[in-house]
Design a protein around this ligand. Structure first.
Ligand code: ATP
Ligand code: MG
Length: 438
């Protein structure tokens, strides 16, 4: 992409209502524009990051055996009356009436809808287990939308739902998601720790939140240091046999968030193992048994010929919240520092003297080759001053910058800068391409 043809509306001033760094940087870097409280337009740069995060989430859901589908954003209130949550959900639910005066709503989550779909098709234990998910916009009329996309009203969520015949099988599905989440967040360059959680309005008896540590986090996190430092199990894990030890190892180490924590248990940890920090919840998994299968009469015939209610769980990831969360975890004084896996472009090319024939030719040549090598470059071909180009590249945080100017061209070299470390290296254009493609 040539910057002169792109749509990258940067802001010079930091808007005063943006209090956390990720919100400030997303506005300044032209990633989002607020339309009304907690509702945003995703501008091209932000949308690219959102899509990359979504794709990682999708790949890891698929790897864990979940099957993608798509449910609507608008739901009939009848489903929610059937589960009893229509009244329980309160003012966070955006209620709508259609032209026939029927009660509709903008879905805040989809337990009811999918249980209803499931119960109308599945009859036998032989069809289980099943895990289904979608990645769809949700609406919650939050009391205090804030922190940009991290607490929006309209937000993109991945929500998966598991259906099993027995509690033991349901526990296995839960473990699949638990492990898939560890890998998902690790692929985005995040350290997400599983924290035992309250089940809240979703109900049920087993639940973990996945939190990333950041000063601006809304939750207090108390955790065992070993848990914070533990790596993800890795993508080669066998989802049919290797899960329980991974989950056990982590749940054995004490962790809790917000009002769920027990100060006495925490104090009993050795002092050098106590981590007390702020965290951002990026995912939340629940096992809730028959809470929804009961009102929707979602039963399957067991091997003994008798019908039984299916055991369910649900598993959310805040896809749009992650965009802000990743920036909270990865930025410096000059701007965003994208982990490569979610960067909007991998390489930024800076033409130090646009308009100079030799410089333009060298840049165009490098750009074409970078496109062919699959490096997804953003080429700053504008006539702005060098200083403006450098600070813009640093602000938008692409992992690599290639600076091409008359001085380097004399010796046939370009300068390659790593955004994260600031390290610079002079290389021939071919060597630079090989390095970036490697
Ligand atoms: P929170 O405690 O932050 O309000 P929640 O517990 O209500 O979140 P869940 O119902 O568990 O949220 O939703 C699953 C995921 O969706 C959360 O882990 C979070 O990442 C994301 N999410 C929830 N609410 C919002 C929101 N208002 N804006 C952006 N993402 C959200
Ligand atoms: Mg939650």
């Amino acid at each position: 992409m040539r910057l002169s043809r792109y749509f990258l509306p940067l802001l010079k001033e930091t808007p005063s209502d943006a209090t956390v760094i990720s919100h400030q940087l997303m506005l300044r870097a032209g990633m989002i524009r607020q339309n009304s409280a907690g509702i945003y337009t995703w501008l091209p740069l932000g949308y690219k990051v959102l899509k990359k995060i979504e794709q990682i989430v999708r790949e890891e859901q698929n790897r864990a055996g979940a099957i993608e589908m798509l449910m609507p954003t608008i739901q009939s209130a009848d489903l929610w009356k059937q589960s009893g949550r229509y009244d329980a959900y309160g003012p966070e639910m955006l209620r709508i009436k259609d032209r026939h005066d029927r009660d509709m709503l903008f879905g805040p989550t989809n337990e009811e809808m999918l249980t209803d779909v499931f119960s109308s098709f599945v009859r036998s234990y032989k069809d289980l287990p099943k895990m289904l998910y979608h990645i769809q916009w949700k609406f919650r009329d939050e009391r205090r939308p804030r922190f940009g996309v991290m607490r929006g009203r309209e937000f993109l969520m991945k929500d998966a739902y598991s259906f099993d015949q027995t509690p033991e099988e349901a526990r296995k599905s839960y473990n699949r998601m638990f492990v898939a989440y560890l890998n998902t967040f690790e692929r985005m360059g995040l350290k997400a720790i599983p924290v035992r959680a309250d089940t809240g309005p979703i109900g049920g008896d087993l639940s973990h939140e996945f939190v990333i540590l950041a000063e601006s986090g809304e939750s207090a996190v108390f955790a065992h240091k070993d848990l914070v430092q533990m790596g993800a199990p890795g993508l080669d894990i066998d989802f049919d046999s290797d899960l329980q030890p991974v989950v056990d190892e982590r749940t054995a180490l004490y962790s809790a968030a917000d009002d769920m924590h027990d100060p006495e248990v925490f104090a009993a940890l050795p002092e050098d193992k106590r981590v007390e920090a702020r965290g951002i919840e990026v995912g939340h998994i629940f096992y809730f048994g028959t809470k929804y299968s009961e009102p929707f009469d979602a039963t399957v015939m067991g091997p003994d010929g008798k019908p039984g209610l299916v055991e369910m769980g649900s598993y959310g990831i805040g896809v749009s919240r992650l965009v802000g969360g990743i920036i909270e975890a990865s930025h410096d004084d000059d701007g965003i520092v994208w982990p490569e896996a979610v960067a909007p472009f991998k390489v930024g090319i800076v033409n130090m003297r646009a308009g100079d024939e030799a410089c333009d030719a060298a840049c165009s040549d490098f750009y074409e080759k970078a496109v062919q090598a699959g490096l997804d470059p953003l080429y700053d071909d504008t006539s702005d001053r060098g200083g403006v180009k450098f600070s813009r590249m640093d602000l938008i945080g692409l992992p690599w910058q290639v600076i091409i100017g008359p001085r380097g061209l004399k010796t046939g070299e370009v300068e390659v800068k790593a955004r994260k470390t600031g390290e610079r290296e002079n290389l021939s254009p071919d060597a630079a391409l090989a390095k970036l493609a490697g």
